[in-house]
Design a binder for this molecule. Structure first.
Ligand code: NDP
Length: 365
């Protein structure tokens, strides 16, 4: 397909009206607007594949906010492992697509119709949806919140999707209790860095795994009780170490976002009547499992996603308020691995998949 035909297809899919059409302008008469261009910089994918399928474009259409949506000029976007699942096709999604599940920036226009959350042009907001690898994103107002003073856009996004995830994991997927042994894989990563802190604040005894001595030191610095370098010769048998540390019993809960490579070990490391929370596929998805494998130890398994816990506005606000309180008071610290320019999105994903990062990766549109 030629580049202009491709753009026309994208326009038709995304953008039935232009911002400057009559439908949009009747709305903009009621609400003050900022100057909005018709095209923007964005990173799109047209097919699944490796990081090379990410295409940086400078003439991508700016979307028009529809009813229930806001148009946000992104100041910063988050890069999450889930972006790679949509890129590879592990999680199916319509293409062409702009990846990126979260962003922070300024509301520049409101869609027509009711405005139940009282947003206005100029609000500084954080949002969860899709399309973050771009200068402008049309996002659902229901999944957008104002960022309180005292939290920067970068801090908000370093903690947003990842922080909301770990709060739901520790409160709902398995309500962690003080004094329990917990095993957390990839504890130095974007979610892991925050989860270690949340688990310690609850008073759990944390065994973290991480790849390499620097990551191990980082997780120790967060107060984890035991940290195992599961890529080292000594740490390869991390199940044995978990059993030793827990007096042969195993842990009450395993938080496993690595998936394929850790799955068997997680089943061994969990204690009788324990729980495994499988919440990601960094090494690939968990193979099919016979449920009868769970019976000898009466093990429970859950496979949660953040979006399932924050479907209603009430749920979303509950966790956001909790998160912003923790971020503002610095009880929850964020760690930004690097802020990548938008055109380096492919490199950022390479670094993430190459296990070269700690904490959160951000993208600057
Ligand atoms: P991370 O920053 O944690 O990066 C992934 C980490 O996984 C790597 O740094 C690496 O740490 C570890 N890892 C282990 N094996 C591999 C492998 N074969 N290839 C690549 N990495 C590997 O990413 P995120 O914080 O964005 O996400 C962490 C996990 O949480 C992901 O699995 C993600 O899908 C999941 N997640 C799930 C959510 C949900 O709603 N269910 C929401 C948010 C995140 P090391 O070198 O220490 O092994």
């Amino acid at each position: 397909m030629s580049s202009s035909a491709r753009l026309a297809a994208i326009r038709a899919q995304l953008n039935p009206t232009s911002l400057f059409s009559s439908a949009a302008s009747s709305q903009t008469q009621k609400t003050p607007t900022m100057s909005i261009p018709s095209t923007q910089k964005a990173v799109i994918i047209e097919t699944t594949g490796g990081p090379e399928v990410l295409q940086f474009m400078t003439d991508y259409p700016v979307p028009t906010p529809q009813e229930g949506q806001l148009l946000v000029k992104n100041n910063i976007a988050g890069i999450n492992y889930i972006d790679t699942y949509f890129r590879t096709g592990l999680y199916p999604s319509p293409k062409p697509e702009i990846l990126g599940r979260e962003g922070a920036g300024t509301v520049v226009a409101l869609g027509p119709g009711p405005n139940p959350y009282n947003f206005k042009v100029g609000d500084r907001v954080a949002w969860l949806n899709t399309g973050g690898y771009a200068e402008y994103t049309a996002v659902p107002a229901a999944k957008t919140v104002k960022i309180p003073d005292g939290i920067s856009d970068e801090e908000a996004i370093a903690g947003f999707l990842s922080g909301l995830t770990v709060l739901t994991l520790a409160k709902e997927s398995y309500p962690v209790k003080k004094g329990e042994w917990v095993l957390l894989h990839a504890a130095a990563g974007g979610a892991g860095f925050l989860m270690t802190q949340v688990l310690k604040s609850i008073g759990a005894k944390v065994i973290g795994t991480a790849g390499g001595p620097e990551k191990v030191e980082l997780v120790k610095s967060l107060g984890a009780d035991v940290v195992i370098d599961y890529r080292s010769e000594e740490g390869k048998d991390w199940v044995k170490k978990v059993k030793e540390v827990t007096g042969g019993e195993g842990v009450s809960v395993v938080y496993d976002s690595v998936g394929k490579d850790t799955w068997e070990g997680s089943l061994e490391a969990v204690k009788r009547k324990g729980t495994i929370i499988w919440f990601g596929n960094a090494s690939g998805p968990v193979p099919n499992i016979q449920l009868t494998r769970l019976s000898p130890k009466c093990v429970k398994i859950a496979r949660p996603t953040l979006f399932g816990y924050i479907e209603t506005r009430e749920e979303f606000e509950f966790y956001v308020n909790e998160l912003f309180k923790l971020l503002k008071s610095r009880q929850l610290k964020v760690k930004i691995h690097k802020v990548y320019p938008l055109e380096d999105a492919a490199q950022a994903q390479r670094d993430l998949e190459g296990r070269k990062t700690t904490g959160k990766l951000l993208l600057k549109p």
